[in-house]
Write a protein that binds this ligand. Structure first.
Ligand SMILES: *[C@@H]1O[C@H](CO)[C@@H](O)[C@H](O)[C@H]1NC(C)=O
Ligand SMILES: *[C@@H]1O[C@H](CO)[C@@H](O)[C@H](O)[C@H]1NC(C)=O
Ligand SMILES: *[C@@H]1O[C@H](CO)[C@@H](O)[C@H](O)[C@H]1NC(C)=O
Ligand SMILES: *[C@@H]1O[C@H](CO)[C@@H](O)[C@H](O)[C@H]1NC(C)=O
Length: 750
C-alpha cells in the first residue's frame, strides 16, 4: 500500500534531503533479504489467550514458524490487541506452506499505505476561556495518539507549560533521548519503522508534526508563514496529551505491519483518541489494517478518526469506510491568502498564493499562455509548464499562464517559469478543481485562479495582440461568507465496501491550514507551514473528539461520533447551503452529515449509540464469512446463529438507502444525554420520489440515558418524476425546545 500523500509537494521536497543518510545501512540488509517480504499473518485465536503474558504470545506465535527462524530475526511484529497474529518476513514458498496449517486464517504480503492552523479554532466557534475551550477543558486529561510520520519535538506547539502529568493509566514510552525529550504535552513517542539502525521517532516527512499540532498544539503567539495568516496558533485540544507513533519513513513509506503495531501498542498504552491521516483506498474490512486496528480500539473505548482521502471530486473515492471509524472530508475555512491576476483590460481575478513579495511592482507585463502553439504532445507539456518544456518559448520578462496538473506540483511549474526567464505565473485550475485554490509557497510572484477565471484569461490572450497582466498581492483576508466549501480533492461517497452506510461522516477544516512544521519555509522561527489535505481535517476532528471526551468521559466512541454528526452545520457562514468546488450545492456524498460544530457537538441532546457486538449482525449482513468477521472482531462468530441485519439497520446517525420498487423499513434507537425531561418531535425533509413515515413521531424522555426506538418506512413513489436523478437526499431531525438532532439521508435509486 502506498500511503497517499494528501498534502502534495512539500513533503516530497523535504524528504529528499533527509533520506540519504539512512540509505546506506538499509541497502546492505536488503541485499540478504531479497526474496523476503513482510507478511501479515492472522491465526485462529487461542482458547487460552485470556491468560497469556507477553512471553506466551511470543512463544505461541513462534510455534507456527520453523525453528530455524528464531535466529534470523524474521519476526517483524507480534500483535496482542488489534489481531491474533503477527508480521513476519517470508519467501513466497514459506508463506505458502504456512498457509496450509489449519490454525492460519490468512497470510498475505503487506501493503504500503499513502499519507493522505492559527485561525481554525475561531472559525469553529471555539473561544478561549469559554465553553469547550474553558480553562478546565481544552482536552484536559485526554490522550490523543497520532499515527503518522513522527514529530519535531522541539516545536513550541508541544511545550508543556502548566500541563499536569499524564493520567495514571498511561503506560507508553518515549524513545527520544538527550536534547529531544518528551514532556507533559508530548508524553510518548515511538518509532515503529523497522530499519537496520533503530532511530528515535523524528519527523522526516513533516506530515506528523503538522497533524499533531492541529489536533492538540498549545497556544503559540505570532505564528505566520511569509507574514501571512498571523495569529495565535493552537490545535483543537490544546491541553490534551500527545502520543506519537511513527509508521512511515521516506524510503519505504508507511507499512501495514507498522500501522497495525502502532495501533496495537497505542491501545495498550492507554490512548483515548487515535488519529490516522493515511489510507489504502476502499478495501474489505477484514483486509484493511486500519479497519481491523480501529475495531480493537473501539472495543476498548478508543475513538478513531481517519482522513477520507484526497481522491475527489469523483464519486466513490473514499478510504477508511468502516462504520466504527469517523471518516473525515475536507473543506475550506473563511481565511484566504489572496492575490489577484490583473489583466491589461482591467479585469481582476482573485486567487491565492502563500508567497506574497512586498517589492513586486504592479506594472503590467507581457502575458503568454505556454500552451497556445498548436496541439502537439510537446504543447501539452508546455501548457502544464513541465520541467524543461519552456526552453523553446520566449517567456523572458513575461507573466506566464500554466495549467494546473500534468503530474507536477505548481511550485515546480514556477521553477520552470523562473528558469526560463519568466517573471510571474498564473496557475489556471482544471475543471475538476474548479474554484478550489491553495495558498502554497511559490518560488516567484504567482497566483492560482479558478477554472472559470483561467478560461477568461486565455480568451483575453487570444483576443488581443499585446496581452498584458500582473499579479497584485492582497495578503490575508478573513470572512469568506461561502466558507466552509467542500474542496475539490476531498474524497466522496458512496462507500464502495458498505454502500448502506453514508460516508464520509463529516467535513472539517482541511484547506490552507497553518500549523507547526519542522523546518522554516520563510526563515522565521519557530517554523510553521500552510498545507491542505484530508490529512489536515482528520486531526481537527481528533482534537474535537478529545474535547468531547474530556467533558463526557463515559461516552462510547459511537456516542461521540453521533454527537459530532447530528449537530453538524449544513449551511455556510452566509447562511446558505454549503457548496462544493463548483460553487454548486454540495451533496451528502461530499459533506456527510455536514461541517463540524464543536460547541453544539458537546451538547447533542440525544445520541445514536452502538456497542461493539452490534457490528456482528451488520458484518454478517455484508456477506462476510465467519472467519473473515473473526479477523476483525477477534471473537468466535457464527453468522448462522446471529440474526444478520441489512447495513442500513445499524444504529448509525445517518441513512444510506439503495431503493428499488419495494418499501424498506428500519429502526433506530435514541439515547437521552440531554435534560432529564424532554419531548422531541420528528421533522422530515423527504428526499425526491420518496415517501417516508416515522413512528412514533413524538418521543418523550423522562430519564438520563433512557433509550427509545423509532421506525422509519422508506416508500418509493413511482408516480413522482425524479428527472435524471440517480440519487436524492434529505434528512430526519428530532427537535425539542433546546436541541435539534439531525441525521442525513441518501437514497440511491436502483
Ligand atoms: C512531456 O513530459 C513528459 C514527462 O516529463 C516526458 O516524458 C515527455 O517526453 C515529454 N514530451 C515531450 C514531447 O516533450
Ligand atoms: C484560443 O485560440 C486557440 C487557437 O485558435 C483555440 O484553440 C483556443 O480554444 C482558444 N482559447 C480560448 C480560451 O478561447
Ligand atoms: C421530570 O418530570 C417528572 C414528571 O413530570 C417530574 O416529577 C420531575 O420533577 C421532572 N424532573 C426534572 C429534573 O425536571
Ligand atoms: C435529462 O437528460 C436529457 C439528456 O441529457 C436532457 O435532455 C433532459 O433535459 C434531462 N431532464 C431533466 C429533467 O433534467
Amino acid at each position: 500500500m502506498k500511503l497517499a500523500f494528501l498534502v502534495g509537494l512539500i513533503f516530497i521536497l523535504c524528504s529528499i534531503n533527509q533520506s540519504t543518510s539512512v540509505l546506506a545501512a538499509e541497502v546492505n540488509q536488503e541485499h540478504d533479504d531479497q526474496n523476503l517480504m513482510t507478511y501479515i499473518v492472522h491465526v485462529k485465536k487461542s482458547e487460552n489467550v485470556a491468560s497469556f503474558q507477553s512471553e506466551d504470545f511470543h512463544n505461541w506465535y513462534h510455534s507456527f514458524l520453523p525453528q530455524t527462524f528464531a535466529h534470523k530475526e524474521r519476526m517483524v511484529f507480534t500483535y496482542r490487541n488489534v489481531a491474533s497474529g503477527f508480521a513476519v518476513k517470508l519467501t513466497p514458498e514459506e508463506a505458502k506452506s504456512l498457509q496450509e496449517k489449519g490454525e492460519i486464517v490468512s497470510a498475505r504480503p503487506e501493503r504500503i499505505l499513502s499519507l493522505h492552523t492559527t485561525h481554525t479554532p475561531t472559525f469553529l466557534g471555539l473561544k478561549q476561556g469559554q465553553g469547550l475551550w474553558s480553562d478546565d477543558n481544552l482536552g484536559k486529561g485526554v490522550i490523543i495518539g497520532v499515527i503518522d510520520t513522527g514529530i519535531y519535538p522541539f516545536h513550541p506547539s508541544f511545550n508543556d507549560e502548566g500541563m499536569p502529568p499524564p493520567p495514571a493509566k498511561w503506560k507508553g514510552h518515549c524513545e527520544f533521548t538527550g536534547e529531544a525529550t518528551c514532556n507533559n504535552k508530548l508524553i510518548g513517542a515511538r518509532n515503529l519503522v523497522k530499519s537496520a539502525i533503530q532511530e528515535p521517532p523524528f519527523e522526516n516527512f513533516f506530515h506528523g508534526t503538522h497533524t499533531a499540532a492541529e489536533a492538540a498544539g498549545r497556544f503559540v503567539e505570532d505564528a505566520s508563514v511569509f507574514g501571512n495568516a498571523k495569529g495565535v496558533a493552537a490545535g483543537m485540544a490544546p491541553n490534551a496529551h500527545l502520543a506519537i507513533y511513527k509508521v512511515c519513513n521516506d524510503k519505504i513509506g508507511c507499512t501495514e505491519s507498522a500501522i497495525l503495531a502502532a495501533m496495537d501498542i497505542a491501545i495498550e498504552d492507554g490512548v483515548d483518541v487515535l488519529s490516522l491521516s493515511l489510507g489504502l483506498g476502499s478495501l474489505s474490512f477484514f483486509e484493511d489494517p486500519i479497519a481491523i486496528g480501529a475495531f480493537a480500539a473501539t472495543q476498548k473505548g478508543v475513538f478513531v478518526s481517519c482522513s477520507a482521502a484526497n481522491s475527489g471530486p469523483e464519486y466513490s473515492t473514499l478510504s477508511n469506510e468502516a462504520p466504527w471509524i469517523l471518516t473525515v472530508g475536507a473543506s475550506t475555512i473563511d481565511r484566504k491568502i489572496v492575490a489577484s491576476a490583473k489583466l491589461g483590460n482591467g479585469d481582476e481575478f482573485d486567487g491565492e498564493t502563500l508567497f506574497q513579495p512586498k517589492d513586486f511592482s504592479p506594472q503590467l507585463l507581457p502575458l503568454v499562455y505556454a500552451g497556445s502553439n498548436g496541439n502537439s504532445n510537446q504543447n501539452q507539456n508546455q501548457s502544464f509548464c513541465l520541467p524543461g518544456s519552456l526552453k523553446n518559448i520566449d517567456v523572458s520578462g513575461k507573466v506566464v499562464v500554466c495549467d494546473i496538473g500534468g503530474g507536477v506540483p505548481a511550485v515546480v511549474k514556477g521553477q520552470e517559469v523562473l528558469n526560463s526567464g519568466g517573471v510571474a505565473m498564473i496557475v489556471a485550475n482544471s475543471e475538476a478543481i474548479g474554484f478550489s485554490t491553495f495558498a502554497i509557497p511559490h518560488v516567484l510572484p504567482a497566483v492560482e485562479v479558478s477554472y472559470a477565471a483561467g478560461l477568461i484569461i486565455k480568451g483575453y490572450i487570444n483576443s488581443t495582440y499585446n496581452p498584458t497582466a500582473t499579479v497584485l498581492f492582497k495578503g490575508t483576508v478573513i470572512g469568506d461568507s461561502l466558507a466552509p466549501t467542500v474542496v475539490s480533492f476531498s474524497s466522496r461517497g458512496p462507500s464502495q465496501e458498505s454502500p448502506g452506510i453514508l460516508k464520509p461522516d463529516i467535513i472539517g477544516p482541511g484547506v490552507n491550514i497553518l500549523a507547526a512544521w519542522a523546518i522554516s519555509v520563510d526563515n522565521e522561527l519557530p517554523p510553521y507551514n500552510i498545507v491542505s489535505g484530508t490529512s489536515m481535517s482528520c486531526p481537527h476532528l481528533s482534537g474535537i473528539a478529545a474535547l468531547i471526551k474530556s467533558s463526557h468521559p463515559d461516552w462510547s466512541p459511537a456516542a461521540i461520533k453521533s454527537a459530532i454528526m447530528t449537530t453538524a452545520n449544513t449551511v455556510n457562514l452566509g447562511g446558505t447551503p454549503i457548496v462544493d468546488q463548483r460553487l454548486l450545492p454540495a451533496d451528502v456524498f461530499a459533506t456527510g452529515a455536514g461541517h463540524v460544530n464543536p460547541v453544539k457537538a458537546n451538547d447533542p441532546g440525544l445520541v445514536y449509540d452502538i456497542q461493539p457486538e452490534d457490528y456482528v449482525p451488520y458484518l454478517c449482513g455484508l456477506g462476510y464469512s465467519d472467519r473473515e468477521i473473526e479477523v476483525i472482531v477477534q471473537w468466535k462468530v457464527k453468522c448462522s446463529d446471529v440474526k444478520s441485519i441489512p447495513e442500513a439497520q445499524l444504529n448509525y446517525p445517518s441513512f444510506s438507502i439503495l431503493l428499488g420498487s419495494e418499501s424498506q423499513f428500519y429502526t433506530r434507537t435514541l439515547t437521552n444525554v440531554g435534560p432529564v425531561n424532554a419531548t422531541y418531535r420528528v421533522e422530515l425533509d423527504v428526499p425526491l420520489a420518496l415517501g417516508m413515515s416515522v413512528n412514533p413521531s413524538e418521543i418523550t424522555f423522562s430519564e438520563i440515558n433512557e433509550k427509545v426506538s423509532y421506525s422509519v418506512d422508506f416508500i418509493p413513489q413511482v408516480k413522482v418524476n425524479r428527472g435524471n436523478n440517480t440519487f436524492a437526499q434529505g434528512s430526519l431531525t428530532w427537535v425539542s425546545d433546546k436541541h435539534a438532532v439531525r441525521v442525513p439521508i441518501s437514497v440511491i435509486f436502483k
